[in-house]
Design a protein. Structure first.
Length: 353
């Protein structure tokens, strides 16, 4: 059931998805899936999905001046009529009434773009997250400057800019988005939550270490520490593979991004490209960059697995919260495939059977 919940969070029931299709993806009947949801969550899969969209839409009503139509599509609704009906069902009030209730001070003023609040757990350590992101920033794609994290992103085939800055003492981070359009915004915000480590509360894990002589005191003194995540499995995999190369990681990442990413002119703080998509990464393209042979082969194998045209179809979001571990497994598997082909005297293949 946890897998089904995560798929709903990732949008499995947005844009025409059905409970029957969701049940098939997790290997059970729709009746049994619905029974489990009602027993453990008190809501059906469809009700959970509608509630998720409605609560995100409520945030947009409070924080932004987007039109109701823009909010409907940004939140994953299929129509304005569906948006209005769901908001009435969940909040017992229309979008017009809900927006009229917000205080003048609730509205976030943005110097361009759209500003949203990302709620954080008490004690969230924004400084530690900044240090983590700065040390692992991908050249040209990510940067940490002052108190602001910035990232160039892709929305379908168009570029955008994401910025996050701290107000953790007030219980939230401030997220500012510059996007070509707002449709599907809910999924962009969820990725931002993952990267910034605000999508889960690690207080339970910290409490579990209370009696540990090695971790008890450090964990207690840094109770707000969280685990920042990856924007995508492919990005985490490339970072992991190139971090193991003898040549400098940042230089290899910069070459990878510059030659295979999409240029985005006019961005601040040295941002120049969006990160390459698996479908754009080929063995031939990697060879032209000059990456070390083993690393290039591993990346090509992983790209072939994750790309829509690959022989093996995988859905990386099903591996949360173990994206980094999955990336490591893919890297190891691809290296074994390359080594096996070399020992057999055959050319390495991009795909695994």
């Amino acid at each position: 059931m946890c897998e089904a919940v995560q798929l709903i969070i990732n949008g499995a029931l947005d844009g025409g998805g059905t409970e029957a299709g969701l049940a098939a993806r997790v290997g059970m009947s729709s009746r049994h899936l619905r029974r489990l949801f009602l027993k453990h969550l008190g809501a059906s899969p469809d009700q959970l999905a509608r509630s998720r969209r409605a609560h995100f839409a409520r945030r947009l009503l409070d924080d932004s001046d987007l039109t109701f139509l823009e909010i409907a599509f940004a939140s994953g609704f299929g129509s304005l009529r569906q948006f209005n009906r769901t908001m009435q069902d969940v909040f017992r009030a229309s979008p017009t009434v809900l927006r009229s209730r917000r205080r003048r001070t609730d509205r976030l003023a943005a110097d361009g773009g759209l500003a949203l609040r990302l709620p954080v757990a008490p004690g969230y350590d924004w400084g530690a997250v900044q240090s983590f992101l700065a040390a692992r920033a991908i050249p040209g794609v990510e940067t940490v400057h002052g108190a602001t994290y910035r990232r160039a992103i892709r929305v379908a085939d168009a570029p955008g800019l994401l910025e996050a800055c701290g107000a953790a003492e007030e219980g939230y981070l401030l997220l500012r988005l510059h996007l070509p359009y707002w449709e599907g915004l809910i999924h962009i915000v969820e990725k931002a939550n993952r990267v910034l480590g605000v999508d889960s509360d690690h207080a339970v894990g910290t409490a579990a270490w209370h009696e540990s002589p090695e971790l008890g005191l450090p964990a207690a003194s840094h109770a707000g520490r969280v685990i920042p995540g990856a924007w995508s499995l492919f990005e985490a995999g490339v970072w992991t593979i190139l971090s193991g190369a003898q040549a400098g990681r940042d230089q290899l990442l910069a070459a990878f991004v510059t030659h295979l990413g999409t240029p985005v002119p006019g961005l601040p703080d040295g941002l120049t490209h969006t990160f390459p998509e698996p479908a754009t990464v080929t063995s031939e393209g990697l060879a032209r960059i000059g990456l070390p042979a083993a690393e290039a082969a591993a990346i090509a194998a992983m790209a072939g697995t994750l790309a829509p045209s690959g022989e093996v179809r995988m859905e990386p979001e099903q591996w949360r919260p173990w994206l980094a571990l999955a990336a490591t497994q893919l890297a190891a598997r691809s290296t074994k495939a390359v080594d096996g082909a070399a020992l057999a005297g055959a050319p390495a293949t991009r795909h695994w059977s």
